[in-house]
Design a protein around this ligand. Structure first.
Ligand code: NAP
Length: 488
């Protein structure tokens, strides 16, 4: 394990502003807790508006030099960051498991996916092409240039603290922007490890800054400081809407990656046993605390019984425990509030007639930690909260359906439109579902569709814009149109 990523009792990490690790101006600190045993694993400086203002000022100054570098020079630092993340993946993954709860193998997967994101954008930054557009008037020439949008304020959540910031940092820096990152307050340490990699990769001062602190104060600074030209937010739809309203004040550029409520649809020609196993893995990954987590399971009535039997067997066999221990497949939920919310969702469904086939309760066998049994339910009605509210929990409601039109209507009956999953081998059904589903990401026989080169984002209230892929780079670029009149 790299010294830079080792956590030891008494670990204290600071904010990173203008190339320096610094205490918060107000001197505040925040303890970071391990959700598996409720123990403090370290402390971080906890800043506010003044710290954010200093970071934005540094980012503005740094952007002059950073934007002038060639995309090839910027790429070298991003690529080196990716290499260092891979070298230090074991240590970073341990930090991530300890602060977030996910099993070590999932944590390592997150580090590697994030390293791939840095590497991919290092290359894609070289393709920020403008266009030469044919003229309609003799003697004129028209072209477009791509220009970095400016200083970016990036706010991320706790469920994927590295990946979801990497999707902002890598394209912003590749485009020639500079950035101020605000991680979720309870999961700052693994992102600090990524900053360690960026710094060791040669990041110039001020280009990327890290301000852990009060969400309200930092967001207000991002919203009101005219030097912040764009806010990129991943988190709840509720906060996304607040930011969208407030950003109107300065017509601030926004990217929003918000909540989801993904349908998982299984047609009768699919193998119910294989798909049930894939469904359980997909559903209980990170305890269902995943924006693209499948959360409404529609299984054709001809195979629903077998699908559900195998899903229950598979869920019962999942190995639950502290994510640092070998072979653990499901860790604790992220916090007590999340676990209590899950208990309330299950009680609400049971009270409205749903049948709990497995799980349904807090798992108290370890004495400490926020463990909840992987839960499968049937017999849900439209009134059950988990059918309309994003559950963000290890709950798997299974319903049956009879035909394609009916299931498309049920799947689209939500304000969300982030991900959807379809299992069938019938090409006609595939196309009809691809065209009929209101979702930005569709996994067709694929429960894990996210990859750096493909666009990620939602329709309807699931967000605005796309991350990853070329669209994810465009999100940090302005298009300048240039019209030239030549001499006769
Ligand atoms: P959240 O409460 O919205 O928090 C996300 C981030 O926003 C945190 O850094 C939080 O800071 C900050 N924040 C809280 N209140 C704020 C405010 N008033 N103004 C500005 N920032 C504020 O969301 P969460 O519960 O952490 O994350 C879960 C949600 O994120 C789910 O809805 C999930 O679907 C969504 N999500 C979406 C995607 C996607 O790509 N579409 C990916 C992952 C998660 P503090 O930690 O300091 O409170």
């Amino acid at each position: 394990m790299s010294a830079a990523t080792a956590l030891s009792t008494g670990t204290y990490r600071q904010l990173y502003i203008d190339g320096q690790w610094v205490d918060a101006v107000g001197g505040k600190r925040l303890a970071v807790t391990n959700p598996a045993n409720e123990e403090t694993i370290g402390e971080v400086a906890f800043g506010g508006r003044e710290d954010c203002r200093r970071a934005v000022a540094a980012a503005k100054v740094a952007m002059v030099g950073w934007a002038k570098l060639t995309s090839w020079d910027r790429a070298k630092i991003l690529k080196k960051t990716a290499d260092l993340m891979r070298e230090r993946a074991d240590g970073i993954a341990r930090t991530l498991t300890m602060e977030q709860g996910k099993p070590l193998a999932e944590a390592k997967g997150e580090v590697m996916h994030s390293a791939d994101t840095f590497e991919w954008f290092a290359e894609e930054g070289k393709r920020a092409y403008g266009q030469l557009i044919p003229n309609s008037v003799a003697g004129k020439r028209h072209l477009t240039l791509k220009h970095p949008v400016g200083v970016v304020g990036a706010i991320g959540p706790w469920n994927f603290p590295i990946t979801l910031q990497a999707r902002k940092i890598a394209p912003a820096l590749a485009a020639g922007c500079t950035i101020v990152c605000k991680p979720a307050s309870q999961t700052p340490l693994s992102l600090i490890n990524v900053f360690d990699c960026m710094i060791d990769a040669g990041l110039p001062k001020g280009v990327a800054n890290l301000v852990i602190g009060s969400a309200k104060e930092i967001a207000d600074e991002f919203l009101e400081n005219r030097d912040v030209r764009k806010i990129s937010f991943t988190g709840s739809t509720e906060v996304g809407k607040q930011l969208m309203r407030a950003a109107a004040g300065q017509v601030k550029r926004l990217s929003l990656e918000l909540g989801g409520h993904a349908p998982f649809i299984v047609f009768p020609d699919a193998d119910p046993e294989a798909v049930a196993k894939a469904a359980v893995i997909g559903k209980f990954r990170n305890n269902g605390q995943v924006c693209i987590s499948p959360s409404r399971f529609f299984v054709h009535k001809d195979i629903e019984k077998r699908f559900t039997e195998v899903a229950v067997e598979t869920a019962k066999a999942l190995k639950i425990g502290n994510g640092l221990d070998a072979g653990i497949e499901v860790g604790p939920m992220f916090e007590k509030k999340a676990m209590d919310g899950t208990i309330a969702l299950v009680q609400d469904a049971a009270g409205k007639g749903a049948k709990i086939l497995t799980g349904g309760k807090q798992d108290t066998r370890f004495g400490k930690g926020y463990f909840f049994q992987p839960t499968i339910l049937t017999g849900l009605t439209a009134e059950c909260k988990m059918m309309t509210e994003e559950p963000f929990a290890p709950v798997m409601p299974v319903m049956d359906f009879s035909n394609l039109d009916e299931v498309i209507e049920a799947a689209n009956n939500t304000v969300y439109g982030l991900a959807a999953y379809v299992f069938t081998n019938d090409i006609t059904v595939m196309w009809k579902m691809a065209e009929g589903l209101e979702a930005g990401i569709i996994g067709m026989n694929d429960p894990v569709p996210a990859t750096p080169q493909c666009p990620f984002g939602g329709m309807k209230e699931s967000g605005l814009g796309r991350e990853l892929a070329h669209e994810g780079l465009e999100a940090y670029l302005e298009t300048k149109y240039l019209s030239i009149k030549l001499r006769d």
